[in-house]
Design a protein around this ligand. Structure first.
Ligand code: PAZ
Length: 318
């Protein structure tokens, strides 16, 4: 089935309730960093949902824990970029990603002496916590990171377009790092029931429609000068590079990071118009907890700097 146009998609879906607040935050952040000639990376992260009911009990989800996006955001900060971290609510976030589950509580000690309670970091956890806490505090006190969140696919697109509108003034100093897993399908609003579907009515037949490809207006209209990197997730090795290259040929952006679901944390392929470069972590690196995102972002920062050199932009200040 053919998809509608991107204009029709925006016309059919109202902006989310917190949209104007987020738009103001994005505007202020981009203007402030633009003033200082900073580079900004917009990192999208996590999966979008497609609600099956307006009062949503059930939804279709796109797989992504937010590992790639949250780790990459930290590395962009390390390279001196300001970061807009646009993420699925409750998915992993920079810095706190290191302490998911019980990890943080396990690092703490508590002593109750009479009315006084003291909480301390266990001595052997200080070395783990301190460097992350220092980087977290530095990023926040410098106003170098802005978090905005989405849940549904339409919320994602409203935020993405707003972020692009704010980033366009930065021209080639803006990097778009589109790691979120975004649904290719949705249910047109008028076919979504208001209330929870009832099993007594029998098995529902749900027909999904194609989401229009937003990369086309993004690259051509919303941020024509930005350094745009998209991601391609596949489960079949044979499709991976051909589909990444096809996307690059079609949308004419700068890079596709191709990865397989099964191996995404230790292998990616960077596909650019000129080359195809594999990044592979060794078994030892994986065991040592090395983030593959450190290498992805390092290479991207190098290529972005090359791209900026003819514009005379000074290097990013780490
Ligand atoms: O968030 P995560 O680390 O679990 O997964 C990252 C990823 C596989 C979602 C990302 O690398 C990616 O490929 N995003 C684009 C997905 C897509 O093709 O829609």
């Amino acid at each position: 089935m053919a998809s509608g146009t991107w204009e029709e998609f925006f016309a059919a879906h109202l902006p989310p309730p917190d949209f104007e607040d987020n738009r103001s935050l994005l505007k202020e952040f981009c203007e402030r960093h633009d003033q200082y000639g900073n580079r900004i990376a917009l990192v999208t992260s996590g999966g979008t949902t497609v609600p099956l009911e307006h009062n949503t009990v059930r939804f279709v989800d796109n797989f992504s824990a937010g590992t790639r996006g949250s780790a990459s955001a930290e590395y962009f900060l390390e390279h001196g970029y300001a970061v807009i971290f646009m993420h699925r609510q409750k998915s992993l976030e920079p810095f706190t990603r290191h302490f998911s589950g019980q990890k943080l509580l396990d690092m703490l000690d508590i002593q109750e002496r009479g009315p006084n309670t003291t909480i301390t970091v266990k001595p052997d956890s200080v070395d783990v916590l301190a460097p992350i806490l220092l980087r977290y505090k530095a990023a926040h006190s410098a106003g170098a990171i802005l978090h905005v969140s989405f849940t549904t696919v339409s919320e994602y697109f409203w935020l993405l377009r707003a972020a692009c509108e704010c980033l366009t003034n930065l021209g080639p100093r803006a990097v778009l790092y589109l790691a979120a897993a975004v649904s290719d399908f949705y249910i047109p609003k008028d076919r979504v029931p208001t209330h929870k579907m009832q099993s007594a009515s029998g098995a529902p037949v749900i027909q999904l429609q194609l989401v229009p490809k937003m990369l086309a207006p993004l690259v051509n209209l919303w941020v024509p000068e930005a350094y745009v990197v998209s991601f391609k997730l596949e489960t079949d090795e044979n499709l991976l590079v051909p589909k990444a290259r096809a996307a690059l040929d079609k949308y004419k952006h700068k890079m596709v990071v191709a990865n397989l679901l099964q191996t995404r944390h230790h292998r990616v392929i960077l596909v650019t118009p000129d080359e195809t470069q594999e990044i592979l972590l060794t078994r030892e690196e994986v065991h040592a907890g090395v983030d593959i995102e450190a290498s992805i972002v390092l290479e991207l920062v190098r290529l972005h700097a090359e791209h900026l050199a003819p514009c005379g932009a000074p290097p990013a200040a780490p």
